[in-house]
Design a protein around this ligand. Structure first.
Ligand code: GRF
Length: 203
């Protein structure tokens, strides 16, 4: 399957997907990386791997519909079949999410439905949970609301700061995002009537 990755920054999850896609037999190919920021460090990593990149900034468009139409044009130009959000920091319009429903996934640094939005590691520490983690989920119009495809838990330990916790969660993100994308690309996971369907061997 032809996968486009949307980023806004560092791109370490994007890099995990690029590396996974190099493994023979991996069911997805990264055909392009699209950023809403020209200074996203991940763009250089993508280019260094020979992957086409594009930038569409919200500053160049009058409203969200216009930006999303421009993003959609780029994705179509790459014949994209699956969209993987990887640290993409802009909310997408309902029109866009509906167009890609069942074919667009995101990684969120918390065990959804806990700790939506930003600063998830601070939220987890403030809540005093002993388990935290990450979730790959289908993207639906509500932010961080789509159904979960795969999750990984990590312990919260004495002395953790948002940074130490973020680093532990990030390692888990890099483990599960390529696995979740593979499961979607080869049909072991799908979205049916708003619910995730998994075949038995997926988890
Ligand atoms: C990750 O923690 C991801 O879960 C969140 O944003 C961060 C992006 O990091 N959505 P990177 O750009 O993939 O390194």
């Amino acid at each position: 399957k032809r996968v486009a990755v949307l980023i806004s920054g560092r791109g370490s999850n994007m890099t995990a997907l690029i590396e996974a896609a190099k493994i023979p037999g991996y069911p997805a190919e990264i055909v392009g990386v699209l950023s809403n920021r020209s200074d996203a460090a991940g763009l250089e990593t993508a280019a260094a791997n020979g992957i086409p990149t594009a930038v569409r900034s919200h500053r160049d468009f009058p409203d969200r519909n216009a930006l999303d139409a421009a993003l959609d044009d780029v994705l179509r130009g790459w014949n994209t079949e699956i969209v993987a959000l990887a640290g993409f920091m802009r909310l997408l319009t309902p029109r866009f999410t509906e167009r890609w429903l069942g074919r667009m996934i995101n990684i969120h640094p918390a065990l959804l439905p806990s700790f939506k939005g930003l600063h998830t590691h601070e939220q987890a520490l403030a809540a005093g949970v002993h388990l935290h983690g990450c979730t790959v989920h289908f993207v639906t119009p509500g932010m961080d609301e789509g159904p979960a495809i795969m999750q990984a838990a990590v312990p919260v330990v004495q002395g953790d700061t948002p940074d130490t916790l973020a680093a532990r969660v990030l390692r888990a993100e890099h483990r599960i995002y390529p696995r979740a994308l593979a499961a979607l690309a080869d049909g072991r996971v799908s979205l049916v009537d708003g619910r995730v369907m998994l075949t038995a061997d997926t988890l």
